[in-house]
Write a protein that binds this ligand. Structure first.
Ligand code: GTP
Length: 399
């Protein structure tokens, strides 16, 4: 195994993205969670800052809501996926008693908010403006504890989904059948079938069969939670077809078996080529990222601790004993490409590197287009509204 590790840039959980300071959402009456990265929720929209009433704000940062009954595992999911908390530490998590909002701005693509709702909150309380929340939501993740009696959770899911759909028909409804580590394989399938059937029957009875629910079997004790989150996030990335296309072109011209574009911090894969994803392959890629970052943190930083574990020189090659090579390369500040290559194809490393160079350039162009779009829309939203009279006194409606 050989590792060539790069130098680092400071990279907090919130990514420290430039865009970060421009994103702010106002929600009166609820406090930010302790780990939340930006301004107080109850501060109103500031000048030049995007807010709920700006339709573009959700495009810049699609909102993901994490909902479910008490103790279903919502906070644990958030901590494990975005804060590198080890699953066993979640046993000591205290119950959430207020809405925690977190901005995840690891990359320009994985750029969204997560709202963790305390289990006991009655969000249909008249003082709770759920319409405002659902209006700007991209995905609603409803977590069901599969080790518990799930009848109450199903009733709550139905209520939540129907209310949310009334406000916003574009929300993706994602159901995490969670804590499946405690179930046998047969029991897992049976539970999924039962929950799927009951949830869809409830919707059909209400005449809402057009609402689509996606189901995932998840656990924080394996990679299933990362895989499920990857799929949820991918649905919110408008550039996904472009990224997939670029990956397909890259692997077919380089003799690569499989390639993933990873968000390094969360280990969410934001795109992959069109060949099927095999869980073991995905797990190996996640492990490779951990190894690279951990070794780089231990041995790659300067003596005074300066630098960061991941930068433009970050690259790693791991040769497995089954004639497969894992190849990791930096694509952007926050994204890495991890490829599975056969040993014989890896002999043409020069070709792979050249194609990678072109691929990387294309990804940067995709970013640039997006950034330009974001900037010009922000600039437009800052222009004073053209109402009232023109300088010569003619009402604008007459022009
Ligand atoms: N076995 C198992 N336990 C889990 C899993 N995810 C979370 N838990 C446990 O479930 C318990 C509740 O987790 P929390 O994350 O606090 O649940 P919550 O939904 O945020 O709860 P509230 O804050 O009360 O709404 C903790 O003891 C976790 O360790 C999982 O995938 N498998």
């Amino acid at each position: 195994m050989s590792q060539v590790l790069g130098k680092p840039q400071p990279q907090g959980e919130d990514g420290g993205d430039d865009e970060e300071e421009d994103e702010l959402v106002g929600l009166a009456g609820y406090e930010d969670g302790p780990e939340s990265s930006d301004a107080e929720l109850d501060s109103g929209p500031e000048e030049g800052v995007l807010d709920f009433s700006d339709p573009f704000s959700t495009e810049v940062k699609p909102r993901i809501l994490l909902m479910g009954l008490r103790r279903s595992g919502k906070s644990s999911i958030q901590k494990v996926v975005f804060h590198k908390m080890s699953p066993s530490e979640t046993l000591f998590l205290e119950s959430t008693n207020r809405i925690c909002r977190e901005d995840v701005s690891n990359s320009s693509f994985v750029n969204f908010q997560i709202w963790d709702f305390p289990g006991q909150i009655d969000f249909f309380d008249p003082t709770f403006d759920y319409e405002m929340i659902f209006r700007g939501t991209g995905a609603l993740i409803f977590v069901i504890d599969s080790q518990d009696d799930y009848m109450e959770a199903l009733a709550r899911l139905h209520l939540t989904v129907t209310r949310a759909y009334k406000v916003n028909t574009d929300i993706n409804f994602e159901v995490f059948i969670h804590k499946v580590d405690g179930l046998s394989d047969d029991h897992k399938i049976e539970t999924q079938r039962d929950i799927h059937q009951r949830a869809n029957d409830d919707l059909a009875d209400a005449g809402l069969e057009k609402i689509h629910l996606s189901f995932y079997l998840t656990s924080i004790y394996d990679h299933s939670i990362f895989e499920a989150f990857s799929k949820v996030v991918q649905k919110l990335i408008p550039q996904l077809p472009t990224l997939e296309n670029l990956l397909n072109i890259f692997i077919s011209n380089s003799g690569i078996e499989k390639a993933f574009l990873f968000d390094v911090v969360s280990k969410i894969y934001i795109a992959t080529d069109s060949t099927p994803v095999d869980m073991q392959t995905y797990e190996l890629c996640c492990d490779m990222i951990d190894v690279v970052i951990d070794i780089s943190c231990i041995y790659g930083l300067k003596e005074d601790g300066a630098g960061a574990p991941y930068d433009k020189d970050s690259t790693a090659i791991i040769k497995l004993n089954n004639t497969t090579v894992l190849y990791l390369k930096e694509v952007t500040k926050f994204l890495a490409l991890v490829c599975f290559v056969r040993e014989e194809s890896f002999e043409r490393k020069g070709l792979i590197d050249y194609n990678f160079h072109c691929f990387r350039k294309a990804i940067h162009e995709v970013f640039e287009v997006r950034m330009k779009m974001v900037k010009s829309r922000k600039a437009q939203s800052r222009l004073p509204k053209k109402t009232g009279a023109t300088p010569n006194g003619t009402p604008r409606v007459l022009l």
